[in-house]
Design a protein around this ligand. Structure first.
Ligand code: NDP
Length: 253
């Protein structure tokens, strides 16, 4: 079995597991943030947890992409740039800017996220390492690349802008929750999740790859159930919560 076949086999299992996880997460909300609860083992601070789990994806992608790869084609270099911009932000800027970095997070959640991020980092990094020559410079003008790039950048912007709105709801050191307003929060309770999902479907489109699609599907399977839980939580907690607001997809869900 060569490595391309290993990737294909892993990918098949990975798609299957994402659907299983969707089912699980619809019934068991991941225990961190407002859904944190005891019974999941030792706790670490959320700030530490985010750095450790997300830096794994940054490291895995780069190690597997650059391994033995001495001539990086232009398009592949752009893919690496986009991945790294997202993950440098998520692994370092995002946790370091958290208003309340001390809320505990179960270490078991961190371990599961590290595994998830390692597999995604391996699949995407290694696939692009093995097949980067497929993307010639002309790909930069292909409608799939251009549409994907718009979705990736747009999703990244929505995600960051929305995370910024949430951050501004608290003074440094506070851990209270308020109703988010502005931006896409006018339409959904979890505008940051909406941006993240759009971003990774953009990645799938701009790389036009099954590995990219698997990551986008995983992101949706993670975040849609969590958005439904957040939405329910807001409605039960705030009596004046805007009734027209959906959970994650404007006007739909
Ligand atoms: P949340 O929206 O639950 O929380 C984000 C931050 O904002 C937390 O610090 C949270 O504090 C705070 N916050 C949230 N709502 C409020 C509110 N109403 N009032 C005050 N503060 C609030 O996001 P997650 O923590 O689940 O995710 C963080 C980022 O990681 C997001 O951008 C998400 O898209 C991304 N992510 C991506 C995944 C993927 O599969 N690609 C999976 C999971 C997350 P507190 O922690 O105290 O609740």
């Amino acid at each position: 079995m060569d490595e391309a076949q290993v990737i294909n086999a892993l990918l098949l299992g990975w798609f299957g597991l994402s659907i299983v996880m969707l089912g699980v997460l619809l019934f068991i909300t991941a225990p961190y943030g407002r859904h944190n609860r005891s019974g999941w083992g030792p706790m670490v601070s959320a700030r530490f947890g985010w750095i450790v789990m997300e830096a794994g994806s940054l490291a895995a992608f780069n190690v597997f992409f650059f391994q033995g790869n001495h001539q990086i084609p232009l398009v592949a270099a752009l893919f690496v740039f986009l991945w790294n911009v997202h993950y440098l932000n998520r692994s370092f800027l995002y946790p370091l800017q958290m208003r309340y970095g001390g809320r505990p997070m179960a270490f078991s959640v961190v371990l599961m996220a590290i595994l998830f991020n390692m597999v995604n980092g391996y699949l995407n990094g290694r696939y692009l390492n093995l097949f980067s020559a497929r993307y010639e410079v002309g790909w930069l003008l292909d409608p799939r690349f251009l549409l994907g790039l718009v979705l990736f950048i747009g999703g990244f912007h929505i995600n960051n802008h929305s995370d910024g709105i949430l951050r501004a709801l608290r003074e440094p050191g506070q851990d209270t929750y308020r109703t988010p307003e502005g931006g896409l929060f006018r339409y959904v309770s979890c505008a940051n999740y909406f941006g993240e999902v759009v971003e990774w479907f953009g990645w799938a489109c701009l790389t036009w790859s099954w590995v990219g699609l698997s990551f986008a599907v995983w992101t949706a399977c993670n975040l849609v159930p969590r958005a439904l839980s957040h939405h329910k939580w807001y409605k039960s907690r705030f009596s004046t919560y805007p009734s027209e607001r959906k959970a994650i997809i404007p006007y739909l869900l």
